[in-house]
Write a protein that binds this ligand. Structure first.
Ligand code: NIG
Ligand code: FE
Length: 399
């Protein structure tokens, strides 16, 4: 499957002396889902991968980088975050760590702070958290609105998000706006009407927080269907705090992803396993809310596709670190280090219905991470240690 050596331009860059290379192509290397190649090399031509294979067979190019026995993995694809916000919720976190439960109502605190912020402040915040994630190996990051909840504030959030990432999600249905607290039907009409009109041009996705205290199944269906009629593809915050209709709805609407999946019935697991809807697990949220862990083992054993993402947001999961989420998933959710790495790269790409990222094979975007470790297993084996040594995005070294 690799291109022939003669097809590689002399001006390309070869990264050689890679102890282990994760390609996520099972037809390569050891034949596992990670397609692991030992003693490998990668050739980058422009913004693309031109060749991968054993270092002894690498084509000659003008530029050569010696990886010095480091591991190379695809850049992380973080398919779920909420970066357009102002302020933080330190007091709420402190209270929670003293025994208070997490509730969706805390979102209102961030809505007030976000509405009060200037465009420049919000823009700087998004840039800061994306840069923070990039330093930790994330080369694609989805992000959502959801802390504006008026037509103007939601459109503003998406306009700002779209300056920084192509993966932009309209989440006007995060909670019922405090302006319509007594009249959720009017708020749903706004979200599916004027707000959608103002927001659709900036977004690729539509999302709903389907949960007690947020939106029920019928409201969520109305919002996702309206979004779909405007060309937005659905994804759902599903079954996070309680059992609910979110997962079944996601599958019914062929959503790209059902996110959280913490409280699942056997029927929910079956529905995911027999669908193209990815189960995106967000262990940073369970960590920061002291909630029970989603059962990745059960989902994988049933045949569901699992993604791992940060859910980076100031309320339930204020981490931008995919390596941290990998360590949690391996320690507490029954994933092997190989499965966790796959879910944080190829799984995230599947949750965004992307085939150009999340893998290192000829033709893919040259998004890759050099680890200060001989293999990707160290991401879980050495938790909390900053192992990301270099990050390349679209063929350029960025970290
Ligand atoms: O994915 N669950 C809903 N939304 C976020 C939390 C948002 C917040 O608490 O500010 C989540 O966990
Ligand atoms: Fe979320």
């Amino acid at each position: 499957p690799a291109t022939t050596n003669s097809a590689v331009a002399a001006t390309a860059t070869v990264i050689t002396n890679i102890a282990s290379l994760v390609t996520n192509d099972p037809s390569l290397g050891d034949g596992t889902p990670l397609g692991l190649i030992q003693d490998a090399a990668v050739v980058i031509d422009g913004d693309r991968i031109a060749w991968v294979g054993e270092k002894s067979k690498a084509p000659a190019t003008d530029n050569r980088l010696d990886a010095g026995g480091r591991a190379v993995i695809p850049g992380f694809v973080d398919s779920h975050s909420h970066l357009v916000f102002a302020g933080d919720r330190t007091a709420e976190f402190n209270a929670r760590m003293s025994g208070q439960p997490y509730a969706a109502g805390g979102i209102r605190t961030t809505v007030a702070a976000t509405r009060a912020a200037t465009d420049a402040q919000l823009d700087a915040n998004v840039a800061r958290y994306l840069a923070e994630a990039l330093r930790q190996g994330t080369t694609v990051m989805e992000t959502k609105s959801g802390y504006g909840l008026t037509v103007e504030d939601e459109a503003r959030a998406l306009r700002i998000a779209a300056r920084h990432t192509d993966e932009v999600t309209f989440l006007g249905a995060h909670i019922v706006s405090p302006d319509h607290a007594d009249d959720p039907a009017t708020y749903v009409a706004l979200v599916t009407g004027d707000m959608l009109d103002a927001c659709a041009p900036y977004a690729r996705w539509v999302d709903v927080f389907c949960e007690k205290g947020a939106f029920d199944g019928d409201q969520a269906r109305a919002i996702l269907t309206a979004g779909r009629s405007r060309g937005l593809l659905p994804r759902v915050h599903a079954n996070q705090l309680t059992h609910g209709p979110g997962v079944q709805l996601a599958v019914e609407l062929d959503a790209a992803s059902a996110d959280h999946c913490t409280h699942l019935t056997d029927a929910d697991v079956d529905a995911l396993a027999n669908s193209a809807t990815v189960a995106t697990l967000l262990p940073g949220a369970e960590f920061s809310t002291r909630a029970e862990w989603p059962d990745a083992r059960r989902l994988i054993d049933a045949g569901a596709t699992v993604a791992l993402s940060t859910d980076c947001n100031p309320g339930s999961s204020f981490t931008s670190s995919v390596p941290f989420c990998i360590a949690l998933a391996v320690r507490d959710m029954g994933m092997t280090p190989d499965e966790a790495l796959w879910s944080a790269t190829a799984g995230g790409a599947a949750a965004l219905r992307r085939t150009d990222v999340g893998r290192l094979t000829p033709g893919a975007r040259a998004d890759l991470v050099l680890l200060d470790a001989p293999s990707h297993v160290h991401l879980a084996y050495r938790p909390g240690v900053p192992l990301v040594s270099q990050v390349w995005r679209s063929g350029r070294r960025t970290v």
